[in-house]
Write a protein that binds this ligand. Sequence first.
Ligand SMILES: Cc1ncc(COP(=O)(O)O)c(C=O)c1O
Length: 395
Amino acid sequence: MNTLELGQRVIMNTYARFPLTLVRGEGMYVWDENNRKYLDFMAGIAVNSLGHAHKKLAGAIARQAEMLIHVSNLYWTPAQVALAQKLVANSCFDKVFFCNSGAEAIEGALKLARKYSAKRGEGRIEIIAMRNSFHGRTFGAVTATGQTKYQRDLSPLLPGIVHADYNSFESVAACVTDKTAAVLIEPVQGEGGIIPAKPEFLKSVRRLCDERGILLIYDEVQCGAGRTGYLFAFERYGAEPDVAVLAKGLAGGVPIGVLLARGAAAEGFSPGDHASTFGGNSLAAAAANVVLDELLTAGSSGHGSLLDNVKRQGEYLTQKLRALAAVRPCVTDVRGFGLMQGIELSTEAAPIISKCIDSGLLLVSAGPSVIRFVPPLIVNEKDIDEAAAILEDCM
Ligand SMILES: Cc1ncc(COP(=O)(O)O)c(C=O)c1O
């Protein structure tokens, strides 16, 4: 029995997996069990920010594993505190809470919103989330997710979450009541089809939140940690949140999630209010420290930082996708920025993606008719040329 057959027998059937078994990776490439090579333009769904088998990342993980993997959050560890300090020093946030995934970070944000309000004696419990959003699969996160296909057969969902239209200030304003604790927004919707927020939308929601004493929470699980060319996607917008969450790419593939908050929101939790056994353990923190150093620090050989590369390659990717749209009329839109982009198709994305895999290129969809491009942040122009050529051919 091969890996695929055994896996089908013993692993619950929750993923529409491709019939592909991957065994190793290096840089922008992964190899299957038959030693066939694939150019990776999906990076574990926007996770492998430094690509595969990155020497510095692997070395830091190995060194940390030999020293101390985990001791619980009843003690302090240098790797975790250093990571928190890096996140705070490079953002508008004052304090962080570590967990292990995007959904867990969202749960933390939802709890923080209610705790923050309770602490102020306001008792606000409602969260306004966006239609077409995606926030994860746990009960709070899936309730906040604005797509009913993820909620089927799960009722009753978490009470107190309502949905407004994304990019419509009027729709958000119409949902506000005296009980509204927070507004939850992805600055770039990921699973919903790579849809960036309009700058005026975020700015006007920010003003509304200030006027009404509501927390503004950004879900940067997918668009954060450098993916758009900034540590946080909201830096492009000039509308800072009170709270944000990161996960996916932050530790380059080691599970991590972070809840970040500023001002009074950073003091919303009291001891005992929230916890996570593994959250920010030394192994995950050591990995995230390497990723942040690579993102933020220019190389000694005169190369810019990884964020500079994301900006540069993001522009090149946009050019190539627009050129593709010019010769393949089934491409009806090119969206996104940095290394989080998508093309909307007038047809289904799945058959094209399967064909690309057969031709040695890994891609992932974002909804039924969008092909998403979220490669490792180390991608270069040659990789983009190669991916664009395979894709054009397969289309
Ligand atoms: C914006 C956003 N939020 C939350 C999540 C959930 O993250 P996780 O799968 O790590 O729980 C995802 C995952 O795709 C996401 O894209």
